[in-house]
Every structure is written in C-alpha cells, then in structure tokens.
Design a protein around this ligand. Sequence first.
Ligand code: PMP
Length: 400
Amino acid sequence: VVPSVAMRPLLMIPGPIEISPAVQAAFGGPPTSHVAPDFIERCGRSLERMRAVWAASSDSQPFILAGSGTIAMEMGACNVVGPGDRVLLVNTGFFSDRMATMLRRRGATVDEVTAPVGHAPSLDAVRQALEGGDYRALFATHVDTSTGVRADAEGLARLANERELISVFDGVCATGAERFEMEAWGADVYLTASQKAIGLPAGLALLVMSPRALRAREALAQPPPMALDVQEWTPIMRAYEERRPSYFSTPATNLVSALDVGLGEILETEHRGHEGIEARWSLHAAAADAMRAALSSLGLSLLPEANLAANTLSAVRYPKGVDASLVGAIKAAGVVVAGGLHPACKAEYFRVGHMGHSATQREHLLRTIEALGSALAGCIAGVDGDAAALAAGAVLDGRQ
Ligand code: PMP
C-alpha cells in the first residue's frame, strides 16, 4: 500500500520528484512483453509525444533507453564526438564538469568557457572562444542542478547552428519545464532522464537527435559502445513508431508505459491561455515566480544571479546564523529538500525542486513554503511563514 502524500514527507528535491497518480498507476501495472501490441502502441506514441515535448522536427529521431541521465549524456556525447575531435563546453557547474570528463574519456580535446559559481559565461565569451578553434561540437547544460543556473540555450544553439556545429544540451533538469525549441533554434541533441520534469520514477534515458547529429554518428571513425550506438537503436525506435515489433535490448516496459501517460499529461496542460508544451513552460515559470516571492518574503536570497535562476529549482543561500541542519528541520516539518551540491560552496545553500507534477499542485508548493517557514522560525525570530505562503498564492493566482 502506497501512503498518500498527506501521510508521508513530500519529495521536493530537484529530482526524483513526486509523480502523478495516473503515472504511478501506469508504472505499477502488470509487466508486459516488449512486443505485445498494446505495449508497441504505448512506446510508439511516447516517441511521437517526445517530438512534441522537445519541440523537435518531424525528421528528428527520439530515443527511449533504460538508464539514468548520465547514460543519456554518454549516448548524446559518444555518438557525435570521437577521439581527436575538438569540442567547446560551456561550463555552468557540477554536471558540465561531468560532461567534460566524459568527453575527455572519449578522447576528445575539450576547451571550456567558464564563469564564477552562480553565473554563466556570456554569449560573447562563447562566440569569441568559437572563433579561436576548429570545433566539431558545442556542449552545454541547460539547467545546472548543482547551482540552479539556466544557460541561454537559445543563444547557444543559434550560435552553433550559424557555424554548422553540432550542439548538445543536457536537459536533465529542464526538459518539459524550461522553454526549449529544438527545431526553431537548430539544436542537435537534447537529452534528459525520466525522474525530473518529465514526471516519472528514475530509470529512463531520453533523447532526441537531429538528422545532422545522426549524420555525425555515421561519420565517426571509431563507433560508440554497442549498447549506446544510435545505429543499433534507430531501427528499433522506427519500428515502434511504425507499430511493428522489434528487438535489440529489452526496454523498461513499465517505465515506458508510465512515459506515455506522463508525456500525455504534459501535452494536455493548459495555463494562462496557453496549451501543450507552451503551457507547461508557462506553468513552471509561474511556480518558480511563486517560490521566489515566498523566499524573498522570508528574507532569503538565491545562489544564481537573478536573471539566470532556473524555473525548475531554487538554490537558496542559508541566511546568516543558519547552517545545513535547516534541511533536517524542513524534513521534520514534512518536506524533503536537498542540500548544496557544487563542491566550491555546498555548505552555503540548499535546493528546492519545483518541477513536473508538483509544479501543477498548489498544495505541494504551499506545503513546501510552510515547512520552510516553520523550520526557519526555529532559527530566526520574526519569520512569517504565513505571509510567505500568501505571497506565493498571489503569484499563482495571477494577482501579482
Ligand atoms: N545532468 C543534470 C543537469 C542533472 O541534474 C543530473 C542528475 N541530477 C544528471 C545530468 C545525471 O543524471 P542521473 O543522476 O540520472 O545519472
């Protein structure tokens, strides 16, 4: 028996996140054969729905694999870059560092454009760096979960596209929540995992590749590992979309069934006159604004520069005199949030996720603010959690 969210701590870390009852029901269904007609239908429809959520072109290729976000990163990297290639990486934190390590292990030469923690390199700095080298690809993290910094994905994708460079974006903490227009911006690889704004349990690596990215794989002298090779996977994904049985490696069938439902929920979203993925982006912006209104009412400030703060999470500095024990106090008040992650300053801040299902649930957002307010009130005199919840409510109602 699964305890209802009223009976257990609410999971408000930046992934894994709370999932909707319909997604949970699909995930908890009986196992199925990967070639059963109803499974083929769910998988084929999920692939079609991914293109809509990724705002990707009809000739782009979606992939669904059993795996984590790190597997999606590996698949995105090793299919477009080979030993000896030179790439430029826009570094905004912990997960950009991971991508740099991965690319170096693949034998690539990685040049990095960096910025202080909480900031992002300017487009001018990236443009200048691109002029200085003969690059095959540009890599960036859309939202770096370690700092809550959102990169200018549109600007970066367009810069790369103008130069006919492959662009690869790690959207693990962004896809389905932050605006990303794969086709319009000319991006080549956009990857994520199931446990964040897509709204599933962990276990699926999800990515969409442009025709140019698939051609880059064909041109590689040294193929990627077989299990991650898009040349193995493309015929399988096409077969599912054409509703034909096929097999290369067994899919995570229950997760794929949940994916069909989760992507369906994303595309059914309506918000402030918007529909579909546009509505989902708008809803996450409103949830983030509401959380920021509450944080500022509580006297708290963010780690990232204000105009770079992501809509999927808030990285919040501990106020003076408060330390990481606040995370435990918030949990005691019924909500699980995460500590800091960036090695340079992880003791200085904590992180609150507000993406996917919870971004659609006013009660989840307000419960989080109330728990934060009551935990802070135990450390600082005069903290008013009710005022913070009212400030958030006003934003959610569109009154502010
Ligand atoms: N990239 C980003 C931006 C992430 O937030 C994460 C996970 N927090 C990853 C990659 C790695 O994903 P996973 O933990 O599922 O391997």
